[in-house]
Structure formats: C-alpha cells, structure tokens
Design a protein around this ligand. Sequence first.
Ligand SMILES: [Fe+2]
Ligand SMILES: [Fe+2]
Length: 163
Amino acid sequence: MALDHMCAAADARHRGVRASLAAVSELLPTIAGDGPPAPELLARFEDLAVFLERHCTREEQLLWPAFAALAEAARRQQPRPPLPFPTMLHPVRLMESEHTQLRARLDHLRDLTVELALPVDAVDRWRKVRDGLATLTAAVADHERYEDEVLYPEALEVERRLG
Ligand SMILES: [Fe+2]
Ligand SMILES: [Fe+2]
C-alpha cells in the first residue's frame, strides 16, 4: 500500500478513536455525583481527551501532508521535497513517545474504575464507563500499532530511499 493510502487508513483509526472518546464523554456525567474517585476520573479523562485530540490533530496536520509529499515524490521519482522537517525521524519519534504516554494515561484511568466499593445502584453506571474506557483503550492501541509498526516505518523507509 502506498504511503498516502496508509495515511487514509490511519485517518479511519482516528475516527474510531474519536467516536470511542465521545462515547465515554457522554457516560461520565452519569457517575459525576458518585463520590471518589469520580472527580479524579473526570479530571484525568479531560486531560487525556485534550492530549489525544492534540496528538491526532498533529499527525493529521503535520505528518500526513509530509508523508503524502514523500509518496508523491517517490511516485514521480523525484528527490525529497522541501518539508517543514529536516528529517521525519524526529516528529515520528515524538509521536511514538506520545503513544507511550497515552498508554500510561489510559492504564491509570482503568485503575480508577476497578475494585471499587460502590453502592448497588452505581455498579451498572460504573461498569458502562469501564467498558467504554476498554473500548477506547482498544481503539487507541489499534491506532498505535498501525502507526508504530506499519505507517511510520514505511514513511522513514520512503524518505531514506529518496535520499
Ligand atoms: Fe494517529
Ligand atoms: Fe498516533
């Protein structure tokens, strides 16, 4: 698959991530009044949502256009085009390190929803939030796997071949 088509496949994963994020966002008000650790969970989720949205937007606005330009140059057998980055290695490494941070933040959120002594009427609400977070975590992990193992190695390889 060409690099620009891989970006479209990554975009599809971003849509999945954003849909899962919105689903959890809608569930959180249902537990807001349940006492600790709800306030911490809500605050940390808000942090995660901002971080995740910024991460995806950076990829879409900075990396994908650069990758598309590399793919176009490769197709036309032209040299590496002028890009905002002297090499794609550094922005790629930055995104990979954000993936590690995302995993840690999601793990922490999950930890806040397990082994709670909840009133009976709250159990079902918290279970839905926990399931929503698990779906979000799976979507983020799928997005990371695709970028770390498929898209980014290919982008660096295309750039290397262009010289
Ligand atoms: Fe992404
Ligand atoms: Fe990413």
